[in-house]
Write a protein that binds this ligand. Structure first.
Ligand code: MAN
Length: 232
């Protein structure tokens, strides 16, 4: 999928580059100015001013002679080429963002059936004493004074950390805000089956090491996969 996006992007860029290059060539040839190899830069300097004469021999004359028509045409073409280039550049920027997003998605572990992707970009809060804790499954956990705007990072998602065979039952978050005289803050999350997505418990068993319990229907075993026992 990104290969297709990438080649579309490269094609757009190449077309715009060639078109801009052609127009510059033409403008250079017409202006017959060997030193001026950047018509667009020249164009910038003239922006907002009346066109200046090429060979101004009469300084007293207020009326400015204009560039020859071919040069003005070439300047307009160059402006057009630049507009096209800017437009394509913006489109490739959008494509870049989509490619990054697709790559991120492909490099993340959302489970065999990608079902955990449903929690991507979601966050769940719980108030405990003076703090509001926030669990953002594939992002960053925080602790903030309830009502405060910003908080303390309790780590960002590192990996699924459940035991073999049950990998998706725990998550580890690390590299949070450094604890005074202690480690960088981290969170371990235990994931349980529940009817709703809910952060049900928050504790700090050791200084700056947090434990969350999160309930979600995603952790409930798939009834299709369960062994069906005969009821006879
Ligand atoms: C803050 C909070 C607490 C933590 C201390 C450590 O008060 O992040 O959870 O135990 O800092 O100094």
């Amino acid at each position: 999928m990104y290969d297709r996006l990438k080649s579309a992007k490269n094609r757009h860029l190449e077309e715009a580059r060639i078109k801009e290059e052609d127009e510059r060539e033409r403008a250079r040839a017409l202006e017959n100015a060997p030193d001026d190899d950047d018509l667009l830069a020249e164009e910038d300097r003239h922006e907002g001013e009346a066109a200046e004469p090429i060979n101004s021999e009469d300084d007293e004359d207020d009326k400015m002679p204009e560039y020859p028509q071919e040069v003005k045409d070439a300047q307009e073409k160059a402006r057009e080429a630049r507009r096209l280039f800017d437009e394509v550049n913006e489109k490739t920027g959008d494509l870049d963002a989509k490619i990054r997003e697709a790559e991120d998605f492909a490099n993340s572990d959302y489970g065999e059936d990608y079902s955990w992707a449903a929690l991507k970009d979601k966050c769940f809060d719980r108030n405990v004493q003076q703090y509001t804790y926030q669990f953002c499954p594939f992002g960053q956990n925080t602790q903030k004074d309830t009502g405060a705007y910003s908080g303390t990072s309790l780590g960002s998602f590192k990996n699924w950390s459940g035991p073999e065979g049950n990998k998706y039952s725990k998550m580890h978050f690390g590299d949070g805000q450094q604890c005074w005289n202690g480690p960088k803050r981290s969170t371990d999350i235990t994931i349980e089956c529940g009817e709703e997505n809910e952060l049900v418990e928050v504790t700090e068993p050791a200084k700056c090491e947090y434990l969350f319990t999160f309930r979600t229907p995603l952790a409930c075993s798939d009834p299709d996969k369960e062994v069906v026992h005969d009821e006879f």
